[in-house]
Design a binder for this molecule. Structure first.
Ligand code: PLP
Length: 363
């Protein structure tokens, strides 16, 4: 479709910085073309151990870290290491659709916990407690959240951690948007008392360093679990590609200002989109606290999010994702990704405004 503005895919529009590419290619010329150890490049693991220990205030030894093919690889390896057939995994809904597939592939079943626009799409501890059964093995948390932009606050994290400890669950904490928190610093459930023993933290270079195609992520977790997870990564993938791991090393080591500039740019774009959405009568939207997504409620224009998204695409050539793609509790909303420049975003919002105006007058 010509002249279409896609606010669909959740991928940074920035290219990997030249410094990262140059260093990775230099390393390739030096011979980093062989298998890496299954757990990860030793230098990368060493660096991660230092940085993760500093960030969390916990001791994260090299032996408790594994490098994976993106955050996705960490997610699937964690679920395969943890689940027995028939185990239940609780996931606050709406959620990143890949979770469902990975739980099923690992032999488990998903128990969604609906959240709603009314409570800002935050998981309420009471709602979590209500769905725990004797078969519940794990809880997947994703903060900052795709698709809603919700960031779990300290009090909620404390309360969720208490339930997780009491019910003896494992948390998979998907933190791939951790550098995109707009106010205050990023907080992880793993730093709550005792939670290091019950949490697998999933990180990724994809969004943080604009490195989606390099396929590098990593995870850390408890001593009782990580050797099993490393085995899964070993047999599933042998190792993450060596050039990608050298690129990750370069990105983590270099001056972080290009990456800070990227996340500031996402914050500005999200602010712009939110402001423009506020000006459209009939659309409601929470101001995202992180990520680069907005999840406005469009139900007064059209309660069917797929129909809304298809009509918007046909009539105005703006692509957004129907909220129902993220589970039933996403119905009535659409996901907008701030992954194009500000000029295009303004143009997309002009088109959306015209679309809503036109379609509302039909009601
Ligand atoms: N987790 C969430 C919430 C995501 O949105 C994505 C990608 O969109 C991923 C994990 C996986 O990303 P990657 O495998 O590129 O690290």
């Amino acid at each position: 479709m010509e002249n279409c503005i896609s606010l669909g895919i959740g991928e940074p529009d920035f290219d990997t910085p030249a410094e990262v590419i140059t260093q990775a290619m230099d390393d390739v010329h030096k011979g980093y073309t062989h298998y890496a150890p299954a757990q990860g490049d030793p230098e990368l693991l060493q660096l991660l151990s230092g940085q993760l220990s500093q960030e969390t205030g916990l001791e994260i030894p090299k032996s408790n870290i594994v490098v994976t093919p993106g955050g996705m690889g960490a997610l699937s390896a964690a679920l395969q290491a943890v689940l027995e057939p028939g185990d239940e995994v609780i996931i606050p809904e709406p959620y990143f659709p890949a979770y469902n597939a990975h739980v099923i592939m690992a032999g488990g079943s998903v128990v969604p916990v609906p959240t709603s626009f009314g409570n800002g799409f935050t998981l309420r501890p009471d709602d979590l407690e209500r769905v725990v059964t004797s078969r519940t093995k794990a809880l997947i948390l994703n903060s900052p959240n795709n698709p809603t932009g919700n960031v779990l606050d300290n009090k909620t994290l404390d309360e969720l951690a208490e339930i997780v400890r009491e019910k003896d669950l494992i948390v998979l904490s998907d933190e791939v948007y951790d550098r995109m928190v707009f106010e205050g610093r990023f907080e992880s459930i793993v730093t709550r008392p005792g939670m290091i023993e019950q949490t697998v933290v999933i990180k990724s270079c994809s969004k943080t360093f604009a490195m989606t195609g390099w396929r590098v992520g990593y995870a850390f977790g408890p001593t009782w679990l990580m050797p099993q997870m490393i085995k899964v990564v070993n047999y599933a993938t042998t190792c993450v590609n060596s050039p990608g791991q050298r690129a990750a090393l370069a990105a983590l080591r270099m001056d972080q200002s290009p990456f800070i500039a990227m996340s500031e740019s996402f914050q500005r774009r999200v602010g712009l989109l939110w402001k423009r959405l506020q000006e459209i009568p009939g659309i409601q939207c929470h101001r995202p606290a992180g990520s680069f997504y907005l999840f406005p409620d469009i139900s007064t224009v059209n309660p069917d999010s797929k129909d809304f998204a298809l009509s918007l695409l046909e009539e105005e050539k703006v692509l957004v994702i129907p909220g129902a793609a993220f589970g039933q509790s996403g119905e009535g909303c659409v996901r907008i990704a701030g992954t194009v420049g500000e000029e295009k975003l303004e143009k997309a919002m002009d088109r959306l405004q015209r679309f809503v105006h036109k379609n509302q007058s039909h009601l």
